[in-house]
Design a protein around this ligand. Structure first.
Ligand SMILES: [Fe+2]
Ligand SMILES: [Fe+2]
Length: 333
């Protein structure tokens, strides 16, 4: 048996050993369906007699949204809509994967429960954007089509430790992003959009808590491998899930979208640094004891990493030339 085989073998055992723990916590980490919001709760009711007034009022509010915010919201929606890719990712992880498609195992219940909650995000944002009438839906739909077809490599392979470090980071990133869009929507006077993004951010917060808790447990049971994996994931870097988005026109679509998100401070390089320090603190990396030499090196690296990113973030500037976005009929942002 090679070292790598031995290590992945024991990782599988650790993850399998957590099944009871996941089973016990699943009811607090996922919301009961009868208490959950659904997209139609937040949208004009087309079966009401006054649906025309509702739509008019809806569009009047959305009219006030600035183009930069609209572009970021579309990018966020496109990201959420690539959910098939993310469920596929969870089903690649050793010990976590759903062996039958309807397995009773706690991990399979978690991954299907997570997916079903996430499914509402893209659904709601998509319908919201469609109803605004401010978006070239065909260009946006083509982007989603391309993105799902292109896929996305988290570079975590089938390793559940890397996978849960990735998701802990990513759920916090989406929570930050949706929370900031909610704030900007309020500023623009669209309270409905504020509520929509607030609810989605609430889901992301709960999902962040879940993945961090899973990883917390790994830190308790297998601290050396946990800390080595954390350092490894940070060296690989957290690739954003929609980085292969493509509308068939703009070769730098993802970069241009991220630059706008950075410019209006929805998701920034500073946030990336903050997430690192938050995870390092949350898993109490600084105080882990009895580490091997390699793990102690990883500990040092992790405890100083956020500072290093913050220094770089302070030097970044995103005041580039305006960019045309097909999503909003080639208007420049
Ligand atoms: Fe989401
Ligand atoms: Fe999420």
């Amino acid at each position: 048996m090679t070292n790598q085989e031995r290590s992945s073998h024991s990782r599988l055992e650790v993850i399998k050993g957590m099944e009871d723990f996941v089973g016990k916590n699943i009811d607090t980490l996922l919301k009961p369906i009868n208490e959950s919001w659904q997209p139609s709760d937040l949208l004009p009711d087309m079966k009401d007699d006054n649906w025309r007034e509702q739509i008019n009022e809806f569009r009047l509010r959305a009219e006030a949204l600035p183009d930069d915010l609209l572009v970021v919201l579309i990018g966020d929606m496109v990201t959420e809509e690539a959910l098939p890719t993310y469920q596929t990712f969870l089903n690649r992880l050793d010990g976590v994967k759903d062996e039958t498609g309807a397995s009773d195992s706690p991990w399979a219940q978690w991954s299907r429960g997570w997916t079903s909650e996430e499914n509402r995000h893209g659904d709601l944002l998509n319908k919201y954007l469609y109803l605004t009438g401010k978006v070239d839906m065909r260009a946006v739909e083509t982007t989603i089509h391309n993105l799902i077809r292109n896929g996305f490599d988290t570079q975590t392979g089938s390793d559940p430790y890397l996978g849960f470090i990735y998701t802990s980071f990513q759920e916090r990133a989406t929570k930050i992003s949706h929370t900031n869009v909610a704030k900007l929507a309020k500023k623009a006077g669209d309270e409905r959009l504020q509520k929509i993004c607030g609810l989605i951010a609430g889901d992301e917060a709960r999902h962040e808590k879940a993945y961090r808790l899973f990883m917390q447990k790994v830190f308790e049971v297998d601290p050396v491998e946990a800390i080595l994996s954390f350092a490894k994931m940070m060296k690989i870097k957290i690739t954003m899930p929609a980085h292969l988005m493509n509308d068939g026109k703009d070769r730098n679509l993802f970069t241009n979208f991220s630059n706008i998100a950075q410019k209006i401070e929805v998701y920034t390089a500073k946030d990336y640094a903050e997430i690192i320090s938050n995870l390092v603190k949350g898993w109490d990396v600084e105080n882990l004891k009895g580490l091997s030499d390699m793990a102690a090196k990883a500990q040092d690296y992790l405890c100083n990493l956020s500072e290093r990113y913050l220094k770089v973030a302070g030097r970044l500037s995103f005041a580039g030339p305006a960019t045309k976005f097909s999503w909003i009929f080639d208007r420049e942002v």
